[in-house]
Ligand binder design. Structure first.
Ligand code: F6P
Length: 538
């Protein structure tokens, strides 16, 4: 890695990028849209509405080259232990490698046969639930599936379950319980009948406080409702890497679907963590989703950086974060089925790249992971777009949409898409004071009705949201996040930042419940604990 060259390339990109506005760039080149569009795995990325020209992109690609990106991509795909602080390989790509002769070695052992064995076991199990062959303790078919997990063991399954609703078996009802707030579990349990409920306890470690507490409470509820501990075997399955913990919990390991330490939680949707999704959409559709992931993986691994969709998204993100100082970026899906996609991306991006020391353990002198946020269009338009259009902050946006809807009703989809395209147009080109005047806007209102424009957007468009294009979309962002982590020279696959809060919560919990609390905290925390205890009469 040549750090000097990397940051010099960004300076070069910034000089070229600041020269002209997006409006000027479009005016001087009628072929601009085509030049700055790439296709991959069923998706079109039009990135022409950015503050870029060929020289900017060339300089940005130099950044990637100076970061040895090509070599780093190969290391990930071939099982090198790039998650250094946890001494692990990073192989979510092996989970969806559809090449029939695939071989991926970890510590000299090919992991592909195990991956396929688990997929087959998931397929058999989900088939039996879908066909009503898997019977509960009282002999009834399963109708309700409750996934208990948090973080990567929840956000992916929830998001995908909503995204692929059109492919789901509608007579099965799915619930996702993550929060240790008892309300979350209670509301799910209100909706289901114990005899017809399957609980999937999804946890990589099987030690996570929230998940294990909810799982224990759900097990107690089931035993109470069905009157016997023997019912657990018919109503609980586990998804985990920790067989010992699973059997200690009381789930037979033959009802456990495994995965491996080389699958990070936030990258685990295509592992057994996707079991609830496979039950919903069936093995065939699940395989199509894996194929979509794999198509994007292959594109990422082989396409030249200039044509590489994840690399382009990553480089543009770095231009705005490190060049223009943008603090966040917005993801705006114009498809209701992708309503939880921004929330899912928050973990993927912010838990991966929210780091402030580099790979040598030195504090970084530049911004790393941005804040990711967003809501489905057009809801966002009537909430926070005002700030994106006319506020003082630069917020680059990714617009995501599909040409065909699964639910045609009158002209609603045309209207949705008209808004989708119009927003990127408005953000890029704005409206000048003279244009306002020409429209007859009174002089005293001109300043308020002027839009500066020059606000960058990417547009991702696919024909339809299918399992395949969905898988490709998730992989696109996974790889984007990877590329940025490499350029920032940080470790994207650990998450030490979540530990401290977990440890302190244990100490606080003992003070909340103890007869004589230690109260060894700061004055604010002590005050809060005291107030809580008083309120509940403890
Ligand atoms: O939030 C920290 C974290 O470790 C995430 O990375 C992970 O997805 C989540 O907790 C849940 O972990 P587990 O699947 O082990 O319960």
């Amino acid at each position: 890695m040549n750090n000097d060259m990397k940051w010099a390339a960004l300076d070069e990109a910034m000089v070229a990028s600041s020269r002209k506005t997006i409006k000027e760039l479009f005016a001087e080149d009628p072929g601009r849209a085509e030049k700055f569009t790439v296709e991959a795995a069923g998706w079109m990325l039009d990135y022409s509405k950015n503050r870029i020209d060929k020289s900017v992109m060339k300089a940005l690609v130099k950044m990637a080259e100076a970061s040895d990106l090509k070599e780093e991509i190969e290391k990930m795909f071939t099982g090198a232990k790039i998650n250094v602080t946890e001494n692990r390989a990073v192989l979510h790509t092996a989970l969806r490698n559809c090449d029939k002769d695939a071989k991926v070695l970890v510590d000299g052992k090919d992991v592909i046969p195990e991956v396929r064995k688990v997929l087959d076991a998931m397929g058999e199990f989900s088939d039996s639930v879908r066909k009503g062959q898997w019977k509960g303790y009282t002999g009834k078919k399963i109708k309700y599936i409750v996934n208990i997990g948090i973080g990567g063991s929840d956000l992916g399954p929830v998001m995908a379950n909503i995204a692929l609703t059109p492919y789901a078996k509608r007579n099965l009802k799915f619930y996702f319980v993550s929060n240790v707030d008892s309300t979350h579990l209670a509301e799910a349990l209100r909706e289901v009948k114990a005899q017809e409920t399957l609980f999937i306890v999804a946890s990589k470690t099987f030690t996570t406080q929230e998940t294990m507490s909810n799982a224990e409470a759900a097990r107690a509820w089931l035993i109470e409702k069905l009157g016997s501990k023997d019912a657990v075997a018919k109503h609980f399955v586990a998804v985990s890497t920790a067989a010992d913990e699973v059997s200690a919990f009381g789930i037979d390991v033959k009802n456990m679907f495994g995965f491996w330490d080389w699958v990070g939680g936030r990258y685990s949707l295509p592992s057994a963590i996707g079991l609830s999704l496979m039950i919903a959409i069936g093995r065939k559709n699940y395989d199509k989703m894996l194929k979509g992931y794999w198509k994007m993986d292959k594109h990422f691994r082989t396409a030249k950086f200039e044509k590489n969709m994840p690399v382009i998204l990553a480089l543009l993100g770095i231009l705005y974060s490190n060049g223009y100082g943008a603090e966040s970026y917005c993801v705006l899906p114009y498809d209701q089925y992708l309503s939880r996609f921004p929330a899912y991306l928050q973990q993927m991006d912010m838990e991966s790249n929210g780091k402030s020391v580099d790979r040598d353990g030195n504090e970084v002198e530049y911004a790393t992971g941005p804040i990711e946020w967003g809501e489905p269009g057009t809801n966002g338009q009537h909430a926070f777009y005002q700030l994106i259009h006319q506020g003082t902050r630069l917020i680059p946006c990714d617009f995501i949409g599909c040409s065909k809807t699964h639910n045609p009703i009158s002209d609603l989809h045309d209207k949705l898409m008209a808004n989708f395209f119009a927003q990127t147009e408005a953000l890029a080109f704005g409206k000048t004071a003279d244009e306002c005047r020409a429209e007859g806007v009174p002089e005293e209102l001109v300043a308020f009705k002027t839009f500066e424009g020059n606000r960058p957007t990417n547009t991702l468009l696919t024909d339809q949201l299918t399992p395949e294009t969905f898988g490709a979309l998730v992989a696109l962002y996974e790889h984007k996040v990877f590329v940025q982590g490499i350029i920032w020279n940080i470790y994207s696959f650990d998450q030490w930042g979540v530990q401290l809060g977990k440890v302190l919560a244990k100490g606080v919990l003992s003070d909340l419940v103890a007869e004589k609390p230690s109260m060894k905290h700061d004055s604010s925390t002590n005050q809060l604990i005291a107030r809580y205890r008083k309120a509940i009469g403890r």
